[in-house]
Design a binder for this molecule. Sequence first.
Ligand code: NDP
Ligand code: 2IT
Length: 446
Amino acid sequence: MDTRLEAVRSIVLDRNPGEGEFHQAVDEVFASLVAVLDKHPEFAEASILERICEPERQIIFRVPWVDDTGKVQINRGFRVEFNSALGPFKGGLRFHPSVYQGIIKFLGFEQIFKNALTGMPIGGGKGGADFDPRGRSEGEIMRFCQSFMTELYRHLGEYTDVPAGDIGVGGREIGFLFGQYKRITNRYESGVLTGKGTSWGGSLVRPEATGYGTVLFTQEMLRTRKQTFDGQRVAVSGSGNVALHAIVKAQELGAKVVTASDSSGFVVDEAGIDVDLLSQIKEVERGRIGEYAERRQETAKFVDGGSVWDVDATVALPCATQNELLEEDAVKLVKSGVTAVAEGANMPCTSKAADVFHDAGVLFGPGKAANAGGVATSALEMQQNASRDSWTFEYTEERLTDIMVGIHDRCATTADEYGQPGNYVAGANISGFVRVADAMLAQGVI
Ligand code: NDP
Ligand code: 2IT
């Protein structure tokens, strides 16, 4: 590695011991930056790299709550306010038992460059808790969200820090969090959270935006090779917010999506995933993916455990979680004839898997670019809140489409400019980094 990058990397490793996901996210960005430092020596002179890797503020707090049996439960809450050079800290909240500081930091770090890439005025942050919503009653979820917000509210504000959803946090949780923020502050401050319900300040298209955006980004990549989604055989992982809406949009564009998954295993449906059934099971009943196959025995089967990437596909969209697509999965997908892969989730492909795709000439859209439609539509929600307006579905979807095409073009042009044509990873990292670094330079040493 370049000595300028290596020096900062070793500081990051020393300061953040045991935070493997964060180290991985930093390494992936650094791998794209040698040419940037050559072209912009002023960034290294002002220690932009070292500053960008150190969050502006990190908050860790106790979240006490009482479960349905009357027992006191304690969780740990986090918010990493990573970078506000371009706007208020912006990024989701994740409720999952695996959450710890390293996961929140990796997500917050990614978020800085993703948000910059959208071209919108949003900084980067992320938060969450090691709370497991699975099997919890509605009352328990509400009490947890209220306790979480009772501590976090003092750090938030429409001009300060604006959370949204992520794994385990959807419209229901945002409702409970918003209600508690409003009660404590005595302010109807719509712009403090995004992903709200449409009757109380939310934006149409926000629930669909990440999955739709991933497919729109993939469509732009395919277009460079004169291909479309029509007739593609698509493998999707996950069955949450991102996966579900990626499936909907891909099928709308003529593809057949044959898989969906959760942490218990995956389903293969050779007739194409029935999105109404999937949404009924996952969103309404909050059930498990195996139930999908039980109710569609004619065409679908459930595979307990195993890897969804064993299924042959021409397009793969990992939409579940980090490091869920490994090198050996990438090799299998290449053998099965995959031509495009786009990350609906954050960092679902390991760097070795991404290398396999690059070496095989597969179109590869990194999460920072391919899943940016979610946060971009959050920024559109903030815009509507600020102007006390609400836009139609059609208009908002048009804005999302323009944003995704813009991100694609920005990645492609930057990759060309830096001598790596077709490398969307380099394009996304460089373009996002330069926008943030320029703003940091302009704002002085803070
Ligand atoms: P959801 O909670 O709606 O769904 C998560 C899905 O991923 C579920 O199917 C879940 O299965 C599966 N999953 C989660 N953890 C694991 C695990 N450790 N192993 C296997 N499967 C797992 O979350 P989202 O759809 O919102 O988020 C999915 C991904 O997309 C995440 O990486 C998130 O950071 C990213 N993302 C989300 C955005 C958004 O707007 N929501 C925006 C941009 C990126 P199970 O129920 O069994 O846990
Ligand atoms: O990872 C992400 O970009 C999100 N979870 C969405 C963040 C947001 O603020 O909408």
